[in-house]
Design a protein around this ligand. Structure first.
Ligand SMILES: *Cc1c(COP(=O)(O)O)cnc(C)c1O
Length: 241
C-alpha cells in the first residue's frame, strides 16, 4: 500500500497518540511477513519539527531520531530529552563532518570513500567509533545521493579498512512512485544486495542494518527486510518550512 502522508488513517489520530497506531501497524505487518517486530526500529525524522514536539515522541518511546541537516541538528539536539539517539541521514559535505562526529551514533548517508575517510579521521581524533551505513542509489537517480549498487561492494571493502568507523549495513531512498510493485522491487534489490555482501563475510564490518521505508512506503519496507523505518510526516504531520 502506498500511503498518502496527508490523508491517511493515522494522520486523523491526534499527535502523539498516533504513534501508538503506527507502531501497532508496523508490528502487525511484521508478523504477517513472518518477521519479529522487535528487529524493526521506528526512527522519527525531525526536520522542521520543533524540539518540544520531538520530545513528545521521545516520551512515547521513540528514542531514535533522524537528522538531515547539520545546522538544524546543532541548533536542536541539546534540547532533546535524555535517552535519545541520533542518526544523521542527510547529504553530508566533508567539511561538516567535524561538527557532528561524537554527537551522532550513526551516519547513514555515506556514499564515498572520501566521506568515510573524513568520518574515520574525525572519529579517531575524538576517541570514538562512528557507525555508518553505505547509502545505495537503488533507482540510479542523478538527483539523489548514494552509490550505484554494482559499485557498493568495492566501496564497502575499502570502508572496512578505515579506522574510526564501523560499517553496519545499507541505507536507501528509492524513487518516489505510486506503484507499490515498483517500490517493492527497489526494496527487494536493496535487501538482496545486503544479503549478498553479508555472505562475503568481509572482516571488520557487519551487515545487520537496512534503513529503508518512509511515510508513504514503510509498510512495504517492512515486508522487504527493513530494520530502520525513517518516518517524518506520518508521525509529525506535514512539514512547515
Ligand atoms: C525527510 C526524510 C525522511 C522522512 O520523510 P517522510 O516522507 O516525512 O516520512 C526519511 N529519510 C530521509 C533521508 C529524509 O530526508
Amino acid at each position: 500500500m502506498i500511503i498518502n502522508p496527508l490523508t491517511n488513517d493515522f494522520i486523523r489520530i491526534p499527535f502523539p497518540d498516533r504513534i501508538d497506531a503506527i507502531r501497532d501497524a508496523i508490528a502487525e505487518e511484521a508478523i504477517r511477513a513472518g518477521r519479529d517486530p522487535s528487529e524493526i526500529s521506528l526512527m522519527a525524522v525531525t526536520k522542521t519539527v520543533p524540539p518540544e514536539k520531538v520530545n513528545l515522541a521521545i516520551e512515547k518511546g521513540i528514542t531514535l531520531l533522524g537528522e538531515n541537516r547539520v545546522q538544524e541538528m546543532l541548533s536542536k539536539y541539546e534540547s532533546y530529552r535524555a535517552g535519545s539517539h541520533i542518526h544523521f541521514i542527510g547529504g553530508l559535505q566533508t567539511n561538516k563532518v567535524k561538527y557532528i562526529v561524537g554527537k551522532v551514533e550513526m551516519i547513514e548517508s555515506v556514499d564515498s570513500l572520501r566521506l568515510a575517510e573524513e568520518i574515520g579521521k574525525r572519529s579517531v581524533a575524538a576517541g570514538v567509533v562512528t557507525d555508518i551505513l553505505c547509502e545505495i542509489n537503488i533507482g540510479g537517480e542523478e538527483s539523489k545521493g548514494g552509490i550505484a549498487p554494482f559499485a557498493a561492494e568495492e566501496l564497502i571493502r575499502q570502508m572496512a579498512e578505515i579506522p574510526g568507523i564501523h560499517l553496519r549495513g545499507l541505507m536507501t531512498i528509492p524513487p518516489y512512485c505510486e506503484d507499490e510493485k515498483v517500490v517493492e522491487s527497489f526494496f527487494d534489490k536493496t535487501h538482496a544486495l545486503l544479503l549478498d555482501i553479508r555472505a562475503k563475510n568481509i572482516d571488520n564490518i557487519d551487515m545487520d542494518v537496512l534503513s529503508m521505508g518512509m511515510s508513504h512506503d514503510f509498510l512495504s519496507a517492512v515486508r522487504h527486510g527493513s530494520t530502520v523505518l525513517r518516518l517524518g510526516r506520518i508521525l509529525f504531520g506535514e512539514r512547515i518550512y
